[in-house]
Design a protein around this ligand. Structure first.
Ligand SMILES: Nc1ncnc2c1ncn2[C@@H]1O[C@H](COP(=O)(O)OP(=O)(O)OP(=O)(O)O)[C@@H](O)[C@H]1O
Ligand SMILES: [Mg+2]
Length: 386
């Protein structure tokens, strides 16, 4: 892409404030009181499983969906009752919804023409926007004569040309193949670096969320589960739900019993044992916890399991290139209890064989503990990020 012309926005003109926003369809409430402040120029990603309310909230921001309660402010102004075209937002959808009979150029300027923007200004803006998105060569073509990625760029151009205060994206890349998705993700990141337009971006792809977001808003059943930088969410998940949702391959989560060993706690389960630092976790009086440890944080145990840790026979090996994901354990313990399979990442050069016995210890600084019922993290608030 060529260098980008920046469109001026006044300070704080594009901050978004959601105060206790709710959404009801008839008797069903699908968004529970939702509170969020998005700063000027910030890139916020809504992430969460299907049906958690991401699109509904985005559509309320856009004005495409009524707000059942609460206040929505854009640039300090309450916009609950403003129609979409007066909110200063532009939205890009998963389906680019381009007009097939119009040229790329006409698709891009369609909205401006409707707003009766003078022709000279339209010409200037289309030049800037098509330069920015590398679309000059395609302006006379029809959308059907473009690739999926090019079509999505036209949809972004159509949004950009309105010089919006806020960009809203709803899964804009889900129709593209993996390679194009990657490419467009990088283009969107570059575009935001250059334009700095306040952006809310919906996805259920955690890779997109982690790489694009200043902050991720993780949603579950119409409620915010956690808000934080990608690093905070990855390193300090506030619940077992977040811990299990973020990170590939997913975190191992197993229930274990708690034994006070004085200077530390020992956690025991049919899968193995783990020592945890009593200063890191609020474990007093607890008999059971859910342990979370990512496959990358299980280290090959030179002692072969004699000092605790997790041991078992290799059940499955997934070759990932530089690393292999080794799943081991599973089956029934001596007491007949079911043993969960544990997955560990290790260098491909050390790849074990199927059925071979392997032993790992959990890196004590990378262990997570959660309440078995509520799933809430038991990490003490004053423990610092490493
Ligand atoms: N018009 C409607 N009437 C009733 N319920 C609706 C309506 N639109 C959405 N819902 C419900 O609201 C909830 C949130 O839907 P929403 O489309 O916001 O989910 P989402 O997080 O965007 O999911 P996805 O990742 O599948 O796009 C869902 O349970 C859905 O069934
Ligand atoms: Mg959706």
């Amino acid at each position: 892409m060529s260098p980008v012309t920046t469109f001026p926005t006044k300070k704080n003109m594009s901050a978004i404030s959601c105060h206790n926003i709710i959404k009801r369809y008839g008797d069903t409430q699908v968004v529970h009181p939702f509170d969020l402040d998005v700063a000027d120029n910030e890139f916020v990603v809504f992430l969460g499983p299907s049906g958690c309310g991401k699109s509904t909230i985005l559509r309320m921001l856009a004005g495409l969906e009524d707000i059942s309660g609460g206040d929505l402010l854009i640039g300090g102004e309450r916009v609950n009752d403003l129609p979409p075209q007066e909110r200063g937002i532009a939205m890009v959808f998963q389906n680019y919804a381009l007009y097939p009979h119009m040229s790329v150029r006409d698709n891009i300027v369609f909205g401006l023409k409707r707003l009766k923007v003078p022709k000279a200004e339209i010409d200037t803006r289309i030049k800037e926007v098509s330069d920015t998105l590398g679309l000059e060569r395609y302006l006379q073509r029809k959308p059907t004569e473009l690739s999926g990625g090019q079509q999505q760029r036209v949809a972004i151009a159509r949004a950009m040309i309105k010089t919006p205060k806020v960009f809203l994206f709803d899964e804009p890349l889900s129709n593209l193949d993996a390679k194009l998705r990657n490419h467009m993700r990088i283009e969107i990141a570059r575009l935001h670096q250059a334009l700095k337009t306040t952006t809310v971006y919906v996805t259920h792809d955690q890779h997109e969320a982690m790489t694009l977001a200043d902050r991720i808003v993780l949603l579950r059943d119409g409620r915010i589960e956690q808000v934080g930088s990608p690093r905070e969410i990855y390193e300090r998940p506030c619940s077992a739900f977040v811990a299990g949702f973020i990170g590939t391959p997913p975190m191992n989560l197993v229930e274990m019993s708690v034994h006070d060993a004085g200077s530390h706690f020992e956690l025991r389960g049919p899968e193995g044992t783990v020592h945890v630092d009593a200063r890191r976790f609020a474990l007093e009086g607890r008999r059971r916890v859910t342990l979370g440890v990512r496959p990358a944080h299980l280290l090959v145990d030179a002692q072969g399991g004699r000092g605790g840790g997790f041991s078992g026979e290799v059940q499955l090996i997934e070759y990932l290139g530089n690393e292999v994901l080794v799943s081991f354990g599973r089956g029934n313990g001596n007491d007949g209890k079911e043993i969960n399979e544990i997955a560990a990442l290790m260098p491909s050069a050390q790849c074990p064989r199927l059925q071979e016995r392997v032993s790992f210890v959990a890196d004590p600084a990378q262990v997570h503990l959660f309440d078995v019922d509520s799933g809430a993290s038991l990490l003490r608030a004053d423990v610092r990020l490493h």
